[in-house]
Write a protein that binds this ligand. Structure first.
Ligand code: LLP
Length: 421
């Protein structure tokens, strides 16, 4: 997003034009930015390890138009549930272009997952006998919890380490693969998800080394090969103005160096290297365009907007920070304000003290930054406040990619038993 003649633009579209055309709050994505993010991540890894593949973690943003951009560039899909597998199928992806990393799966998940024919990534050894009851997949992967987890967003978002609910304990990995081999499975992969929103480049080679030591020992002991090693997602983006961006090229180079060294050390046949980022592809390519509806000057001065926590839950849920810009008022004097949405809960007072334009006023258009990942995907309905619209910008064009919810969504599927009428 840039300010041109004191007007905020996403791509070459003024945010004011978006607000006029679609109303607010509205999620807006920049197609060119998504393509550039994808290209940069792939280039960073492929430069050092050509047999590299990216699976887009569709949970970050599951609008099919957004996913179609990424899969159109060549990505596979990392699916967390059967319904996410079905989203991948809508885009024509299946088989080994989809990896299913659900956790605590039901029997129904397992059956539908097997039927779908995608790559199964098991979160626990106890899943293997349950899977085998229904069928024998060609290829099995286990999600390893290497004992470390990291996230700039805080402990709630840590996907590995001793406090996480995810993955196979390192001491159980060998037996897990042995059981799979003894059951006649012949093709193997391995997976970890060691963090989310990590901007420390050194972390990626560190955890890759931990995983590869486990992989190496399993490979040598059982005499099995690994077709792929999936080192997860987790590439971070800066949310706060003072945060340093991840040095992606350095992270990729160092992770590949460790990867190659461990392959040599354990004399493994070189596996494909897989990464499954979400945030790094779409996070900084999405914004929320909102409106200031009223300003209260009471105990504090609070700017009331239509960006409520049902629209963007990250601040209320994690204390996460999102930058806020005000259209047309970027260059004047600034003052400190609180800012909130319209819901009847005080977690909706999601900015307590922020420097904003001193002349911010009713009717102003605000833009919330870095909302492309875990934004709309985690939105919900509450207080009769509905999910927003989603719009895709490509250069100077803009198109609706998901309609704003309407009242019909509040009653869809609801039945009032006759005796209550
Ligand atoms: N793979 C698996 C198995 C995952 O669980 C996740 C994210 C990813 C890949 C993609 O991670 P990324 O590259 O986006 O970090 N709602 C939180 C983030 C939760 C991440 C959950 N898993 C947030 O808003 O920060």
């Amino acid at each position: 997003m840039e300010s041109i003649d004191n007007a905020l633009h996403i791509g070459r579209v003024p945010v004011r034009a978006i607000a006029r055309a679609y109303g607010t709050p509205t999620y807006v994505y920049d197609e060119q930015r998504i393509r550039a993010n994808y290209a940069r991540v792939v280039a960073a890894f492929r430069a050092h390890y050509p047999d590299f593949r990216l699976y887009y973690a569709i949970k970050a943003n599951d609008n099919l138009a957004i996913a179609a951009i990424v899969t159109g560039e060549g990505a596979g899909i990392d699916a967390a549930s059967v319904n996410e597998i079905l989203l991948a199928k809508e885009l024509g992806l299946d088989g080994e272009r989809v990896i299913f990393s659900g956790n605590y799966l039901s029997d129904e998940d397992i059956v539908l997952g097997l039927e779908s024919g995608v790559t199964f990534n098991l979160d626990d050894p106890s899943l293997l006998p349950r899977v085998l009851r229904f069928g024998k997949p060609d290829l099995i992967s286990f999600r390893v919890n290497p004992g470390y987890g990291r996230s700039n967003v805080g402990d709630f978002v840590t996907n590995a380490g001793p406090n996480a609910k995810f993955g196979v304990h390192p001491d159980q990995v060998l037996d897990a693969y042995r059981a799979a081999r003894d059951a006649g499975i012949r093709r193997f992969g391995v997976h970890m998800m060691p963090g989310s929103c990590v901007t420390d480049a050194a972390y990626f080679p560190f955890v890759t080394g931990l995983l590869m030591d486990i992989v190496g020992k399993v490979g040598v002991t059982l005499g099995i090969g690994f077709e792929f090693v999936d080192i997860g997602g987790g590439l971070g983006i800066p949310y706060r103005p003072d945060e340093m961006p991840l040095d992606l090229e350095r992270a990729a180079q160092a992770a590949v160096e460790v990867f190659r060294a461990k392959i040599a050390q354990y004399r493994l046949a070189p596996p494909r290297l897989v990464l499954e980022p979400g945030r790094a592809i779409v996070g900084d390519a999405g914004w929320i365009v909102g409106t200031v509806h009223s300003i209260k000057r009471g105990y504090a001065t609070i700017v009331g907007t239509d960006v409520s926590f049902n629209v963007l839950v990250r601040p209320a849920l994690y204390g996460a920070y999102h930058g806020i810009r005000v259209d047309g008022k970027e260059n004047g004097p600034r003052a400190r304000f609180g800012l909130c949405g319209q819901l009847c809960e005080n977690t909706d007072y999601w900015v307590r003290d922020r420097e904003l334009p001193a002349d911010i006023a009713e009717g102003d258009i605000i833009v919330v930054e870095n909302a492309g990942a875990y934004g709309y995907a985690m939105s919900f309905r509450y207080n009769g406040r509905l999910r927003p619209a989603e719009v895709l910008v490509n250069g100077a064009t803009h198109e609706l990619i998901r309609a704003r919810e309407g009242f019909e969504d509040m009653t869809r599927g609801v039945r009032i038993p006759a005796r209550l009428r």
